[in-house]
Write a protein that binds this ligand. Structure first.
Ligand code: FES
Length: 163
């Protein structure tokens, strides 16, 4: 992931050149920029807005409308805590509290070391395993709060789902 002041503007030029002749190409341009930078840095969006001769507010409008776009850097690992009914009934709140304590960030945020982004989601489709959280594409079911620190340690030590 690149710092905002160290952006690869040539990559934005390439993305722009690829799509500029196509109508309604803003979304694929944003998708490719996000692939390039890991998120959509403000300076990159401003640069694109100038090239497109569009107000930055219009581009921000699109970025904030679609949940696939991220305006802040994301963690290496994405933690998704299920907030569906089964998980709620089976005590996901305790898992969420344990995660917040361990990560020292609230839901929706990313740890300072950019290792984890912590999100909540609706039912992830394995209610029989409630309460459930996912880290990247690995599902952790029948969780209890005491297990959370050890699970996170696997990723902190670089042994997590790196594949
Ligand atoms: S409610 Fe959590 S997996 Fe369905």
């Amino acid at each position: 992931m690149k710092a905002e002041n160290d952006l690869n503007y040539a990559a934005i030029d390439n993305i722009y050149d690829t799509w500029k002749s196509q109508k309604g190409a803003l979304i694929p341009m944003l998708q490719e920029m996000q692939e390039e930078f890991g998120y959509l840095p403000r300076t990159a969006l401003e640069y694109l807005a100038k090239k497109l001769h569009q107000p930055i507010s219009q581009i921000y409008g699109v970025c904030t409308f679609y949940s696939q776009f991220h305006l802040k850097p994301r963690g290496k690992h994405i933690i998704r805590v299920c907030q569906g009914t089964a998980c709620h009934v089976r005590g996901i709140a305790k898992i969420a509290t344990a995660l917040e304590e361990e990560l020292e960030v609230p839901v929706g945020d990313t740890t300072e070391d950019l290792l984890f982004t912590y999100e909540s989601v609706a039912c992830v489709g394995c209610c029989g395993l409630a309460p459930v959280m996912m880290i990247d594409d690995v599902t952790y079911g029948r969780l209890n709060a005491a297990a959370v620190p050890d699970i996170l340690k696997k990723y902190e030590g670089g042994e997590g789902n790196d594949s």
